[in-house]
Design a protein around this ligand. Structure first.
Ligand SMILES: NC(=O)c1ccc[n+]([C@@H]2O[C@H](COP(=O)([O-])OP(=O)(O)OC[C@H]3O[C@@H](n4cnc5c(N)ncnc54)[C@H](O)[C@@H]3O)[C@@H](O)[C@H]2O)c1
Length: 260
């Protein structure tokens, strides 16, 4: 009989989660650790990251925090090398750190365009560049990149974000083609509006009432609610585990039907 524990068991695996201090990254780190992985939370927010890792350890899971700015090649190179040396390898990489600026092209300052592209798109390239060789040495792995519904369709006043997330979607496919022969699967999870600090900050950026903004964000989708960070984490668990052993180059939309 199928042992459901075995297909989702991540014991002995090292799972690196960027943006692990908050929202979707934190929920995913908790879930992957709950299924036995050693979760390595990566973030620029040291206080929240250390607290998040401590929380997972207090619950009986394996977790450590490492400060790493995913826009820095030096940080990414050093972090990948240190994790490989300390934990023996990297098997799962969740490239999830992202920022949003709710502005059109004419509203956007160049520095905000650069910030959004550097964190949300270049960061995926940079950390993958240094983690993939570690995965290759270990015989393979699973990389999951966080896209967005707005990587598949446009959205209002989010020009840099839409560009970055569309880039993440096709970067995922390119990476899947290049690294599949080494046993590395690369997939994208594309969340719809999910209740995290990032979403709530959008209300502030748009100068809208937060409660009304959240209600509006939940509406207009068949399942009539916002996503929870755990909703997205569940999809990442699937893509990280052997349940998805023949899935690569795919985009898994998790959005309550928002772009159906
Ligand atoms: N929340 C949503 O509605 C939603 C929808 C679609 C996609 N997403 C995407 O999901 C991902 C996670 O977003 P979230 O909603 O959990 O946001 P969040 O703001 O709760 O968490 C993002 C984390 O990324 C970290 N971070 C920012 N810049 C970084 C950098 N340079 N290096 C390392 N870490 C950095 C932040 O400190 C923060 O802890 C993002 O890529 C976001 O674009 C979110």
């Amino acid at each position: 009989m199928l042992n459901t524990q075995d297909v989702l068991n991540l014991s002995g695996k090292v799972a690196v989660v960027t943006g692990g201090a908050s929202g979707i990254g934190l929920a995913t780190a908790e879930l992957l650790a709950g299924f036995g992985a050693h979760a390595v939370l990566i973030d620029i927010n040291e206080a929240a990251g250390e607290a998040a890792a401590a929380g997972i350890r207090a619950g009986g899971g394996l977790a450590t925090f490492r400060r790493c700015d995913v826009t820095s090649a030096a940080d990414c190179e050093r972090t990948a090398a240190e994790i490989a040396a300390d934990l023996g390898g990297i098997h799962i990489l969740f490239n999830n750190a992202g920022v949003i600026r709710r502005q059109s092209v004419t509203e956007l300052e160049e520095r905000d365009w650069d910030l959004v592209l550097n964190v949300s798109l270049k960061g995926v390239y940079l950390l993958s560049k240094y983690v993939i060789p570690v995965m290759e040495r270990g015989g393979g792995g699973s990389i999951i990149n966080t896209g967005s519904g707005w990587g598949l369709k446009g959205g209002d006043r989010a020009a840099a974000y839409c560009a970055a997330k569309a880039g993440v979607v096709n970067l995922t496919r390119a990476m899947a083609i290049d690294h599949g022969p080494a046993g590395i699967r690369v997939n994208c999870v594309s969340p719809g509006d999910t209740d995290t600090p990032l979403l709530r900050d959008e209300a502030k950026q748009l100068q809208q009432d937060e409660a009304a903004f959240l209600v509006a964000s939940a509406g207009g989708r068949p399942l009539e609610r916002l996503g929870t960070p755990r909703d997205i984490a569940n999809a990442v668990l699937f893509l990280a585990s052997d349940l998805s052993a023949w899935v690569t180059g795919s985009v898994l939309v998790v959005d309550g039907g928002g772009i159906a």
